[in-house]
Write a protein that binds this ligand. Structure first.
Ligand code: AMP
Ligand code: MG
Length: 328
């Protein structure tokens, strides 16, 4: 069974030894907890796929501790639009932002799923940066949950999912943002938002006016990122967006996740109401959403009904995840 350890010189030393010997360490970031392996060791990266049950065609995000190190992991050509866009967006690092760019030739196929590009991120959380500095190698890491289940926002969530398969889970408490990173793919002349996150489309578009939104999955011929497959991030209990919820739901077997304070009447309509924010503060909603889904998923309910919000700012990321979780 995995040991949950706060970040300390001792736990970082242990993490370093496990990573160097080709093992896996779960670690906190500001988005969700990651399941990390040395991105330069093929067999270590294969363990990530095996442990998560992740399809082998879904590439991993590589984490490093500085823009300079990130740049060295690319094959970008100086004085090109693509290089300049990487520099412009890379200035936002450390941040909950992943950039997809042409890969340096040093990555095993397992990391990039054989693509010519690699997804790179310099995370913002101090705990993640301490881990990356201690291990002194780029770390490939998806979220530390079984494939297609809800991402973990606490060390205990990781232990619940993968505790049997891991030695060490580094713990720095609840993650700051609670949703996976924003992903931007930088092409030769344009950039595309593959996955919305806490760093918003509106903020990024200010810096790169060429930035476009990826087409919804239903309109794509082939998925631009396998992680964008519709059914993803979902609990076992059926999820309904509030506007699509069945009108004849059984109050004793249905829970509501609300984004603002609820009324007395609503209280009798549900077995329980989880209020993520009293005043629809969407940063609070994003931070607490996955823990609420995980907790309600253990209650043997028939359905979980979830509030909705405008699809802009961080609301775009919240609705993206809820639409995936409720896709059937
Ligand atoms: P996660 O499963 O949360 O680690 O998310 C990783 C995401 O990054 C998935 O959606 C992947 O498809 C995406 N990704 C990683 N590498 C690439 C790449 N080279 N091109 C496009 N998307 C990528
Ligand atoms: Mg994931």
């Amino acid at each position: 069974m995995a040991q949950i350890c706060p970040i300390s010189p001792d736990s970082l030393q242990r993490a370093k030894a496990i990573i160097a010997s080709g093992g896996l360490v779960a670690f906190p970031t500001e988005t969700v907890y990651g399941l990390g392996a040395d991105a330069l060791q093929e067999d270590a990266c294969k363990k990530i796929y095996k442990t998560k049950g992740r399809p082998s065609n879904n590439p991993l995000i590589v984490h490093t501790d500085s823009f300079k190190n990130a740049l060295s992991l690319t094959s970008l050509t100086p004085n090109t639009w693509q290089h300049d866009a990487f520099v412009t967006l890379g200035k936002l690092w450390p941040a909950p932002l992943t950039l997809v760019v042409p890969a340096a030739s040093l990555f095993p196929k397992t990391v990039t799923a054989g693509l010519p590009t690699v997804a790179l991120r310099v995370p913002q959380s101090q705990a993640a940066l301490k881990f990356l500095q201690a291990v002194h190698t780029p770390i490939a890491a998806p979220s530390a949950n079984r494939s297609s289940y809800v991402s973990p926002t606490t060390a205990q969530h990781v232990a619940d999912d993968l505790g049997e398969d891991l030695e060490l889970i580094l713990d720095s408490g609840e993650t700051q943002f609670g949703l996976e990173s924003t992903i931007v793919s930088i092409g030769e002349r344009n950039a595309c938002l593959l996955r919305p996150g806490a760093l918003t489309y509106e903020e990024l578009k200010e810096l790169i006016p060429e930035l476009t939104l990826a087409k919804p999955q239903s309109e794509q011929e082939t998925p631009s990122a396998p992680g964008q497959l519709a059914l993803h991030y979902s609990p076992h209990t059926p999820i309904y967006l509030r506007e699509d919820a069945p009108s004849n739901h059984s109050p004793s077997h249905t829970a509501l996740i609300s984004f603002s304070a609820t009324t007395q009447e609503e209280n009798t309509d549900y077995a329980s109401i989880t209020t993520l924010s009293d005043s629809k503060n969407l940063n609070d909603v994003a931070r607490k959403l996955y823990a609420a889904l995980r907790s309600l998923d253990t209650k043997g309910l028939d359905a979980i009904i979830v509030d909705t919000c405008e699809r802009d700012g961080i609301g775009r990321a919240i609705m993206d995840r809820l639409e995936r979780a409720s896709a059937s």
